[in-house]
Write a protein that binds this ligand. Structure first.
Ligand code: NAP
Length: 259
């Protein structure tokens, strides 16, 4: 399918690896020029070079922490005017409800709620002026089906989801579509670190931890960054213009919910 976005320009935050990289690669495959970001310059440059080589699109890179005001300013300066925004950052650590104090919550809110909101506030006006834009926020299945050990993530992402619910409806008439994608377990470094937490907590091997987590997914497999990226690219397509303020759950059926 031709997504109709060849020649558009996208900012994909936190995209040297994992789900962000999956989104960057799928957009590049559709002919979109990219601004990519991550903290580690080496992996970022390697991923950007591979995308240029594989898809022949323009790729600029900004190595910085996207959750800080300084990092956001750096990214926005390079990005300039973009048609597509994909927000992403690392997820907060797991723990017990009694572990977390105010500073932990502020850190999680900064990374997973206030950072995507800052990017939307900065970039939506240009999209609205030009009458076309797409925003995809990478959140988590924990928004629909909270995960007990991920209280920081549950809290911050619920806040972002509420913001998007209202904002997406306020900007839709200007041709801008904002949606969230909610990953369940995907095969990335993040999944490996969560497997490792389960392995330590239950005193089992990494293979057993992975097998136990896979058994909780009706599809009996972890999702892939490639499939995740394809869903993101579709939400950024011309054809997605009637999809507004949705929370697309990609979890292999793991969350037992009907709507
Ligand atoms: P990942 O494989 O660990 O990749 C994270 C990417 O983001 C890397 O490129 C990393 O590069 C970059 N990054 C992290 N923190 C950053 C920061 N502060 N500033 C700029 N770049 C940053 O993670 P993932 O699995 O793709 O997960 C992406 C998001 O989805 C996370 O918020 C995660 O919690 C959420 N999620 C993932 C899953 C899953 O199963 N994978 C499930 C539910 C939710 P650097 O480290 O070099 O900065």
């Amino acid at each position: 399918m031709d997504l109709g976005i060849k020649g558009k320009r996208a900012l994909v935050c936190a995209s040297s690896k994992g789900l962000g990289l999956g989104c960057a690669r799928a957009l590049a495959e559709a002919g979109v020029d990219l601004v990519m970001n991550a903290r580690g310059a080496e992996a970022l440059e390697a991923s950007a070079a591979a995308i240029r080589e594989d898809f022949g699109v323009k790729v600029e890179t900004v190595a910085c922490d996207v959750t800080t005001p300084e990092g956001q300013a750096q990214v926005l300066e390079v990005a300039g005017q973009v048609d597509i925004l994909v927000t992403n950052a690392g997820g907060p650590p797991p723990g017990l409800w009694s572990d977390w104090d105010r500073d932990d919550f502020i850190k999680a809110l900064d990374a997973n709620m206030l950072t995507p909101i800052a990017f939307m506030k900065a970039l939506l006006p240009g999209m609205m002026d030009r009458g076309w834009g797409r925003v995809v926020n990478i959140t988590s299945q924990s928004v629909r089906a909270p995960i007990a050990a991920l209280g920081l993530s549950n809290s911050a992402r619920a806040g972002l989801t509420g913001y998007v619910a209202g904002t997406s409806r306020q900007v839709a008439s200007s041709g801008v579509c904002i949606n969230n994608i909610l990953p369940g377990i995907h095969d990335t470094d993040r999944a490996e670190s969560l497997d490792s937490g389960v392995s330590k907590q239950k005193n089992i091997s990494m293979e057993e931890a992975r097998a136990q987590r896979q058994a909780t997914i009706p599809a009996r497999a972890y999702g892939t960054a490639e499939d995740f990226g394809a869903a993101c690219a579709f939400l950024c397509s011309q054809q997605a213009k009637f999809i507004i303020g949705q929370n697309l759950l990609l979890d292999g059926g793991a969350s037992n919910i009907t709507i």
